[in-house]
Structure formats: C-alpha cells, structure tokens
Design a protein around this ligand. Structure first.
Ligand SMILES: Nc1ncnc2c1ncn2[C@@H]1O[C@H](COP(=O)(O)OP(=O)(O)O)[C@@H](O)[C@H]1O
Ligand SMILES: N[C@@H](CC(=O)OP(=O)(O)O)C(=O)O
Length: 614
C-alpha cells in the first residue's frame, strides 16, 4: 500500500532557535517512522520577517509604494524562509534521514504577479513527487512564490502566508492531511495570549474559521482556510511546543470543510470564482435612527428593546461619530443607527424605535418598508478589493441607488429600493456569472431572550491593526460608492468593513456618510484616495482615526438567535465601552471601539458569552 502523505507546516516561533528546529526535526522524524511521507513547510525563524521589514522601512522611511520597491521588498522578505528550510533539512539529516530543502522556484509554486500579496495559481509536483518516492523528506519554503518558469520573479503571498503555501501543497499533492503546527495547542475561543480563560475548540467549521481569521485571529492565514474549504482539505492546527510524548496529548483543532466537488480542477488554486452567491432578500424593512447621542449604552438600549419585542434584526449599521464642528448638526457628537428587520415585524420594530428614539432625543426615526437587500458572497473575495468595487459599478451602471452598504471580507450587502431589487440581482448575476437566488430565512428559536444559552457564539477576534476612514456627506446618488471603492481597489487598498448609512442633507442635497476600516499599513494610501474622491464628489470632508480596535463575535448559528447582538451591546455598555461603529452579517457582529479599550472589550465579551465554560 502507498504510504499516506502529510503536509506539516511549522510557524516562525516553532523554528525560532536551533533547539526548536531540532525539536521540529524530531516531530517530522516521528511522523516518518509512523509510515507517512512528509512534506514540511516552514516560515522564517522567529521575528526574522519583522526584522527584514524594519530594515527596508528604515531605508525607505515607510512602506514600499512603487512596483520596483515592491519587487525588492519580496526579494528581501523571501530570504527569511531560505535560512530556516536549510537548517531544518540539516537537522533532519543529522537524525539520519534523507532530507532536502527547496525554494518556491525549485518546487514550481507559481503565483500572480502581485508583489506582497501574490495569489497561488499552480504548483508543479513532479520534483516533489520524485523525492518523496525515494523516501526523502522535502522541506519547502513557505510564503514565497515565483511568477513563471521563464520570468522567475520572486513574489510573497502576504504576511502570514506560509499557512497558505502548506494548504496549497496539500491540494496539489492530494495529501491526506495538512497539519499547521504553531505556538498554541490549536484554535481557541479567542486568542489565549490575550484571554487566559480561552478554551481550545476540538473542531470548528471552515466558514467560522474564515471569519475569525479574516477578523484578526492570526492563528491561520484566511486564504489557507479558503483553499481548505474549496478543496475539502483535512486541516488541523496543533502545538509544536508541547512536550513531545506521542500525539494523543496534542489533539489540536480540526477545521471541518465540506467535501470537494468531484473533479474540481487543481490549477488556478487561488483563482476560483470570487463570487459564488448572488442573493436577493425581499423580506426587508429599513429603520434609521438619525442623530443618536454618542455614548455607551445606546445600541444596547435600542436592540434590547427590539429583542424584547421578539423582533429579529438582520443588518445593523452604525455610522461614524460626527465631529461637533459639523455645522448642520447639534453640538453634541451623534451617530446614526440603521437596521433592517423582516417586513412582518416592522410595526413592532418601529414602535420600539420610535419610543426609544424619543427617549434619547434623536433627530428623526425613519421607517421604509419598500426596500430589499442584494448580496454577493464568496470566500474568493478575500484580499481582492476589486470585487466589491465591481458590484458597486454594476449597480451604478443600472442606475440603482445604494441606501445602506454592509461589507465584510466575504460578503457585500446593499439595501436598495424594493422595486429595483430584481434588476440589481440580474445585473449582478450576469456580471459575476452566478444565477441569483432568493434568501431563505432561518427558523427562529422559541426563546429569543436567551442568547447565551446555546452558545451561538463560537469565537471572538480582536483586530488592533486597522484604521477607520470616513467621508462625510457624500451625495446620495447612484455611482458614489462605485467611484470611491473603484479608486481604492485601483490603489490596491483592501477595505474591510464598509458602512454607509443614511444621514440627511448637505448643500441641500440628500447625502450619506461612508465609513470603513482598512489595514493600518494601507491607511495612508486610502486617505489620499478619500481626499481626492471627497473633492470629486464635493463631500463635506474626510475623517481618519488610527486609534481604533475592532472586536467581533463569530458563530454560524447566530442568525437563528435574535438578541445576540443586543447582548453584545449591553455587555460593552455595562463595561463603560462606547461603540463607535457596528457592522453585522449573518455569522458575525463587529464593533469598533477605542483602541485602548479593545482588550477590555475582548475579555468582557468572552466572559459574558460564557466562552470560558465548557
Ligand atoms: N482564536 C485563536 N486561537 C489560537 N490562537 C490565536 C487565536 N487568535 C489569535 N491567536 C494567536 O495566533 C498565534 C499563532 O499565530 P502566529 O503567531 O502567526 O503563529 P506561527 O508563527 O506559528 O504562524 C498564537 O500565538 C495566538 O496568540
Ligand atoms: N515569515 C512570514 C510568513 C509566515 O507565514 O510566518 P508565520 O507562519 O510565522 O506567521 C511572515 O512573518 O509573515
């Protein structure tokens, strides 16, 4: 019988010293002794990649901006892995195994030409197979790629990209298992370094893991989860640091994916259909509270009231905080809170919104029953900023105005006038080559006020590496989002959470605020684009804030548990934490808070949802 093939990946900390490299070699040797063939992927030693980044940043006095600078950046950063593969191969040889190291060019890991964020197209397996068949262990450099056999340009996949190399190799080699060895015993309910009571999850679905990873849980590179999910790779995260005493004590976490569709092509690995779903939800009504005082407890009061009335909330968006110098508003900073509910519950929701709106002294409460939600979704959207821009362009071309936008890495939803929903879905279906479908709601549970009872929340992520940008008073007409996000995509900026909410008037024209978050290292580029777009559109101005933290709860069953969001808001309010931005999707709720309160928010929420309990 042919021995089974396992791809093992060891991260930076796991190969951070010669001692640790020796320990990794022993672990690999143990796997070989159990009768498996092994391909090992390693990252650079310890903080080596950070050190290389600092050298280049020192020289450039910042991040690379031109294509030629980005080329050299990849040339530099890819060297870290070349050191660790050679050392691990030597350590294996010392233990008496035939082992050799290979760079991406030697293996044939071909990527797109996008320096610093290249995507894997194809992996040649002949050389690897040749060595494996001779019983050798091959140690492959993670994180790097090559553009073509003739061009031989070195690329990197983006920080943390070795996980993606490993899973892609597992697909190309049709490995039985891909193991990601790291410095914690698996995937936890949240980062165990930040919350010591976090619990190890024996398994998690790839959909949940994707959200957690893209919302800041760095334990897995989101794109590695994307590939595992698309190709049904058996993926496991476990510790390389636990004392080595047989593997029973180191079960780790299995990332569970649906089986791959039969005959799925293994070329174009990361270039599958970006969008696999175009969906329209006609059962929507929109409520907007305009000019809500900006202080802790407001969202909690509103959504607890809504939950108590038995109403299930779908999208929730809260716009950026307004600066008091904004002349058309009161001198108190205020927010807008917009949300959608099922049309059958709009009366109950409106009654609560009006009552609470009055108690809070809001400027207005608007209710609109003639709306629908159109969404595009797909794991292939991760890291491809052009996809959301394409959606907005398609809708703009069809003359469809966007009343609300909510976006996460894998899904963009727009609230539009109900009468245009059919046109919107058709135009999107045509553009993305997907047949549009109607959204099917999940059944409601019986007791909407017991959100924590069934643990609908699987994990919590804290992202401290985001900045928030906002453009105030963008004219409310078709094409504005297309213009802004088209420009951002052209500048290569990866936009995370986008929120557009209805606001009021500017220069007598109905206008919206658009707020979104971007990775901190792209904030400069994003701000330059926003300033230009604000001038083009005659918007009121641009806000930028680097001192934010984004804390997100994730769970596939959240949609069927009304009241989870309300519980989250109440928890933050009770801890005196103000929520500056809210964005929801079916399986996550994200809140932007002050950066210095991020950790407190994370710990408090973890406890409030009883994730520390079995
Ligand atoms: N939900 C989570 N479960 C486990 N680890 C997490 C989680 N969220 C964040 N982390 C962090 O991810 C780290 C592992 O990722 P990383 O440092 O990139 O490892 P490696 O160098 O092995 O690739 C852990 O040390 C932990 O602090
Ligand atoms: N060395 C690269 C790639 C990587 O994946 O590292 P790690 O597995 O240690 O997160 C980085 O630091 O980005």
């Amino acid at each position: 019988m042919k021995p089974s093939l396992i791809v093992q990946k060891y991260g930076g900390t796991s190969v951070g010293s010669i001692e640790r490299i020796r320990a990794v070699a022993k672990r690999v040797a143990h796997t070989v002794e159990q009768g498996h063939r092994v391909v090992v992927v390693v990252s650079a030693m310890g903080d080596e990649t950070d050190r290389l980044v600092q050298l280049a940043e020192q020289l450039l006095a910042g991040s690379p901006t031109t294509p030629s600078q980005q080329r050299e950046w990849d040339m530099l950063l890819s060297t870290g892995e070349q050191v660790s593969i050679a050392l691990l191969a030597l350590a294996l040889q010392q233990l008496g195994y035939t082992a050799l190291s290979m760079t991406a060019a030697q293996v044939g890991i071909f990527t797109t030409r996008d320096h610093m964020r290249a995507r894997i197209l194809e992996i040649h397996t002949e050389r690897l197979q040749h060595h494996l068949e001779r019983g050798e262990v091959v140690v492959v450099a993670g994180f790097q790629g090559i553009t073509s056999p003739t061009e031989l340009e070195i690329t990197t996949l983006g920080r943390g990209g070795s996980d993606t190399t490993a899973v892609a190799l597992a697909v190309a080699l049709q490995a039985q298992l891909c193991e990601i060895y790291t410095d914690v015993p698996g995937v936890f309910t949240t980062d165990p370094r930040k919350v010591p009571e976090a619990r190890l999850l024996p398994e998690i679905t790839s959909a949940e893991m994707l959200e957690l990873a893209s919302l800041g849980a760095q334990v897995l590179h989101p794109r590695s989860v994307e590939i595992a999910r698309n190709y049904g790779v058996k993926l496991r995260v476990r510790s390389s640091l636990l004392p080595f005493q047989g593997e029973e004590a180191n079960l780790g976490t299995f990332i569970v994916s649906p089986p791959a569709p039969p005959g799925i092509p293994r070329g174009g690995l990361e270039m599958g259909l970006a969008v696999d779903t175009v969906e329209v939800d006609r059962d929507q009504a929109k409520l907007v509270l305009v000019g809500v005082p900006d202080r802790p407890g407001i969202a909690a009061q509103l959504f607890q009231g809504i939950a108590a009335a038995g109403v299930n909330v779908d999208l929730i968006l809260q716009s950026l905080q307004f600066s008091p110098e904004d002349a058309s508003l009161s001198t108190q900073p205020t927010n807008d809170i917009a949300f959608t509910v099922s049309r059958s519950q709009v009366r109950e929701a409106a009654a609560v919104a009006q009552r609470i709106g009055q108690e809070l002294g809001c400027e207005a409460v608007m209710v609109d029953e003639a709306v629908a939600k159109v969404s595009i979704a797909g794991v292939g959207m991760i890291g491809r900023p052009g996809i959301a821009a394409q959606m907005f362009q398609v809708l703009a071309k069809a003359g469809i105005n966007l009343q609300m936008i909510s976006m996460s890495e894998m899904k963009v939803s727009c609230v539009v006038a109900a009468e245009r929903a059919g046109d919107a879905a058709l135009a999107l279906g045509e553009s993305f080559q997907v047949i549009p479908r109607l959204h099917r709601p999940q059944p409601f549970p019986r007791d909407p006020l017991q959100p924590a009872a069934r643990h609908p929340v699987r994990g919590i992520a804290l992202d401290l590496k985001q900045s928030r940008l906002g453009i105030r008073k963008v004219p409310d007409r078709p094409g504005t989002a297309a213009h802004l996000f088209g420009q951002l995509a052209a500048a290569g900026v990866i936009v995370d959470t986008i929120i557009q909410s209805q606001r009021g008037y500017h220069n007598g024209i109905p206008s919206n605020d658009i707020a979104f978050t971007v990775p901190q290292d792209q904030a400069g580029a994003a701000e330059a684009v926003c300033q230009q777009v604000a001038r083009d559109l005659q918007a009121a101005g641009v806000d930028i804030d680097h001192e934010i933290a984004k804390v997100s709860i994730v769970g596939a069953e959240m949609e069927a548990h009304p009241g989870v969001a309300a519980h989250l808001f109440a928890t933050l309010a009770a801890a005196g934490i103000n929520i500056e931005m809210i964005a929801t999707s079916e399986i996550k709720v994200s809140c932007v808070v002050r950066r210095e309160q991020g950790l407190l928010a994370l710990r408090t929420i973890h406890r409030a949802f009883e994730l520390d309990k079995p």
